[in-house]
Design a protein around this ligand. Structure first.
Ligand code: AMP
Ligand code: ZN
Length: 466
């Protein structure tokens, strides 16, 4: 069975090939840089990374554009509150985001582009929409008239038949399932950053940035457009309305949406305050590849329920994989090759490919790998795995790791950083003070697992690396 994805547009699994048969032109919605990314955001970006890697493993080249949303209501509010320019404010979070991506081993898309550097392209698109009669002005701002676009709702599969013509929304924060004319260009407000352009002094709405940048770099019809499920409506619906109204062509062949990471039944989000950043988890002593494994382990169209037990299970799983790899490398197996072992490996490679081809079923693919580990370990124990079987088994691990990328330990100069150790020790001191001895013991165990020896002296705690 060939590679296939669930296309949100058709609500079906469809076989995938890029339009030119070679290079996948893909647009992925990037972060809004007003805060550190939380691991819910990073789940979506991890999905995009898996998607990239599996497309490559399937023989395609990639041209992936990701935007950085660096102008938006929340950003403007925060920057103004701190008396900073937009760029001063967003630079820190953009850098932090790219750093988090690198820490999690997420590949950098071929092109990472900032909204504020594409104002001309957005203005141009809005002018074209105007020429075709899709816009109107009100109070100096320009809006998209969705009643002019009969296919509005085709991505989110909402029937907006009874749509209220003329109801407008001019903020970047939307209610779900509420179809309204959306703002393309907002008139300047006193004290806010703005651009003086032929369509007025103001700034772009959020949706126009993705249409403008996607089509500039990738052409009128993308092979894949991907993002988190919360972007399906209205953001992606609006991108379709803007782009197709101008080009008359289908904007994206495939729409892929990742489900949310949730905590205790609720979406992890900045506004609910129920979030962990990657940095929070690293401070607790977890390795980046452990977080990566956890984010990969649930297929992207299922909700991922985040728990600390899940993180611990991910660490154990990686340990099993590494022990197996070590065994392959160091154990002395008998001469020759065992036919059954060779067949087992070949079968596992085939099934791994089939499960990933099936809409990136990462859980299934992990199942294949762990079953292979179990069976091969017992074949090794009973002398039925021979020297001639090592290369193909290593081949399976390489295929697995070219996508999952968890085998290599992160080397933060000998493991956990000094700052993370200090933070944990401070937490243990606080726990003891609060007579929470359970937590204090947990922290000690965590430090021990990280190779840190902790000594309580009369001068306070002292630590060293084992
Ligand atoms: P933002 O920085 O808010 O624009 O979000 C960046 C990406 O993270 C978008 O693709 C969102 O859909 C996605 N996202 C936000 N919250 C979550 C969550 N809890 N789980 C998974 N993805 C999320
Ligand atoms: Zn977007």
């Amino acid at each position: 069975m060939a590679l296939r994805f669930y296309n949100s547009l058709s609500q079906q699994l469809e076989p995938f090939t890029p339009q030119d048969g070679k290079t996948v032109r893909m647009y992925t919605c990037g972060p809004t840089v007003y805060h550190y990314a939380h691991i819910g955001n990073l789940r979506t970006f991890t999905f995009q990374d898996i998607l990239r890697r599996w497309l490559r493993a399937s023989g395609f080249a990639l041209n992936n554009v990701m935007n950085i949303t660096d102008v938006e209501d929340k950003i403007i509010r925060a920057a103004m509150a701190q008396g900073k320019t937009l760029r001063e404010y967003t630079a820190e979070y953009e850098e932090a985001f790219l750093e988090d991506m690198a820490t999690l081993r997420l590949e950098r898309p071929e092109q990472v582009v900032r909204a504020t550097e594409h104002i001309d392209e957005m203005v141009d698109l809005i002018q074209k929409l105007g020429e075709k009669g899709f816009t109107y002005e009100s109070d100096g701002s320009t809006y998209y008239r969705i009643s002019k676009f009969p296919e509005y709702g085709k991505l989110s599969h909402n029937d907006f038949g009874g749509m209220i013509a003329g109801a407008r929304v001019d903020v970047d924060e939307y209610d779900k399932d509420d179809a309204r004319d959306f703002v393309l260009w907002k008139q300047k407000k006193e004290g806010e950053p703005s651009w003086d352009t032929p369509i007025g002094d103001g700034r772009p709405g959020w949706h126009i940035e993705c249409s403008a940048m996607a089509m500039k770099y990738l052409g009128a019809t993308l092979d894949i457009h991907a993002g988190g499920i919360d972007l399906q409506f209205p953001h992606h619906e609006n991108e379709i309305a803007q782009s197709e109204a101008v080009t008359g062509k289908q904007f994206a062949k495939f729409w892929l949406h990742a489900e949310h990471l949730i905590v205790e039944g609720q979406k992890m989000s900045k506004s609910l305050g129920n979030f962990y950043t990657l940095r929070d988890l690293l401070k607790l002593g977890y390795a980046p590849e452990t977080v990566r494994f956890l984010l990969e382990s649930v297929p992207y169209r299922n909700k991922l329920n985040f728990t600390m037990d899940g993180v611990k299970a991910a660490a154990t799983a990686i340990e099993r994989l590494r022990n197996f790899e070590l065994r392959l490398k160091t154990e002395r197996f008998g001469p020759d090759s065992d036919a059954a072992s060779e067949a087992r490996t070949a079968g596992a490679v085939l099934r791994f490919r089939e499960t990933m081809d099936d809409d990136l079923n990462t859980a299934g693919a992990l199942g294949v790998v762990f079953e292979f580990l179990r069976d091969t370990n017992s074949a090794m124990d009973s002398g039925k795995f021979l020297a001639g079987n090592v290369a193909s088994a290593q081949g399976l691990l390489s295929l697995f790791d070219s996508v999952f990328d968890v085998m290599r330990p992160t080397t933060v100069a000998g493991g956990i950083s000094d700052e993370a150790v200090e933070a944990l020790i401070a937490e243990r001191v606080a726990a003891k003070k609060a007579r929470d001895f359970g937590r204090a013991d947990e922290v000690r165990a965590e430090l021990d697992a990280q190779g840190i020896v902790l000594e309580d002296t009369k001068d306070g705690p002292r630590w060293k690396r084992k």
